[in-house]
Design a protein around this ligand. Structure first.
Ligand SMILES: CC(C)(COP(=O)(O)OP(=O)(O)OC[C@H]1O[C@@H](n2cnc3c(N)ncnc32)[C@H](O)[C@@H]1OP(=O)(O)O)[C@@H](O)C(=O)NCCC(=O)NCCS
Length: 163
């Protein structure tokens, strides 16, 4: 997102739609600036081919958020949730997470799981605020980032009440 768009950015004007193949370069660029060990473009195209639920949020023709949800029988797994750095703290992460949870619930999932780096305070705060609770810790689960150290994953779960 450029500076003028960031200034004018209005979270309520974000348009949510399925991620398409032609979005992969833009999404992969946001991914590289947002994650210690980013998904590659190939990871996104593989996820599309596998039929995962993939959503982007668009504002003024720019992608400002995206996420990937895996729906399995009876449960869902959040595989990716990312908001462009210039669009954070405006409610987009929460909005996309809630959209995924509502969709998962509607499609019969009774619970949703996710994994998050133990150092990722922003994401953990969002998930805790949305009623996810820690259920396990995977030691040295994530590949090393700039620190050169592998990092533990916190596994979090949220029950999805039936409608
Ligand atoms: C985690 C992330 C998706 C949150 O998206 P966001 O749009 O900025 O979050 P929201 O504005 O919807 O915030 C919702 C709530 O989450 C919590 N939260 C979000 N960012 C936070 C931060 N930096 N510090 C503390 N709490 C935070 C707050 O409770 C917030 O509510 P509030 O704004 O009313 O206080 C975003 O920071 C991001 O893309 N980070 C990089 C990628 C990443 O780490 N993804 C998660 C991988 S598991």
């Amino acid at each position: 997102m450029n500076a003028s768009l960031a200034t004018a950015f209005d979270a309520t004007a974000t348009f949510w739609r399925p991620l398409r193949t032609e979005d992969v370069p833009a999404v992969a660029a946001l991914e590289r600036e947002s994650h210690v060990a980013p998904w590659t473009p190939g990871n996104f195209t593989d996820a599309l081919a596998a039929g995962y639920s993939m959503t982007v949020g668009e504002a003024a023709s720019a992608i400002v958020a995206y996420g990937v949800l895996l729906l399995a029988p009876g449960e869902a797994q959040l595989l990716n949730l990312t908001v462009a750095s210039s669009a954070r703290r405006r409610g987009l992460g929460r909005t996309l997470l809630r959209r995924f949870l509502a969709d998962a619930r509607q499609r019969g999932a009774a619970q949703c799981f996710l994994e998050v780096r133990v150092s990722n305070a922003a994401a953990i705060a969002l998930y805790a605020a949305e009623a996810f609770v820690p259920v396990a810790r995977r030691i040295a689960y994530y590949p090393p980032g700039a620190s050169g150290e592998r990092e533990d994953a916190l596994v979090m779960r949220r029950a999805l009440a039936a409608n």
